[in-house]
Design a protein. Structure first.
Length: 189
């Protein structure tokens, strides 16, 4: 973690919230690109990994709702509501799993990211089904698979490349020190 000091963690979380609000503007002109690159997901994952699961959960839940209320994108119902639960799951799982990992290394980071991605997409699907109902004219298995995985492949790949690169850079520049006994990050692990 950057520091155990609550004020610093709160400031860093606010920074990730700000990044999450601004980042979609780079893809927002073309909504199809934004829904493929998933720009709000990256700062939520990083917040969970760097600040901890509590902050990742809070930033993940607040971010899509705040962005919807401020800018109308994503639409509040059902998109922002289901994204709030999805992103909260990302922040929670990535932060919790990485903090509990026996070794904090690139392999553990990928394991945590993949589990968090699967968990978040599952929560998104359950929330969508709850909000829209199930069936032919509502939320279907096809809609789930398409929205959670097929359309999101570019964003998933971007996250799996960018997030570990950022975490490794933070480690190598000593901005995010890990304890040397069990929590050292390295290229192998």
């Amino acid at each position: 973690m950057l520091s155990k000091k609550p004020l610093l963690l709160l400031i860093n979380s606010a920074m990730f919230l700000g990044i999450g609000i601004v980042l979609p503007f780079f893809t927002g002109q073309i909504p199809q690109i934004g829904s493929m690159l998933l720009p709000m997901h990256i700062p939520v994952f990083l917040c969970g990994l760097i600040c901890g699961w509590q902050y990742g959960l809070a930033v993940g839940f607040i971010l899509p709702l705040m962005r919807s209320l401020l800018f109308g994108m994503p639409p509040l119902y059902p998109t922002a509501i289901s994204m709030a639960f999805e992103l909260a799951t990302y922040g929670f799982l990535s932060g919790l799993l990485f903090s509990k990992a026996r070794w904090q290394c690139i392999r553990s980071l990928y394991r945590c990211l993949i589990i968090a991605m699967l968990g978040g997409r599952l929560v998104w699907g359950i929330t969508q089904a709850f909000l829209l109902g199930l069936g032919e004219n509502a939320f279907s298995l096809y809609a789930f698979l398409t929205g959670a995985f097929l359309n999101a492949i570019p964003g998933i790949l971007l996250q799996l490349i960018l997030i570990p690169a950022i975490m490794l850079a933070l480690h190598k520049t000593h901005l995010m020190p890990f304890s040397s006994s069990k929590n050292s990050i390295s290229n192998n692990g």
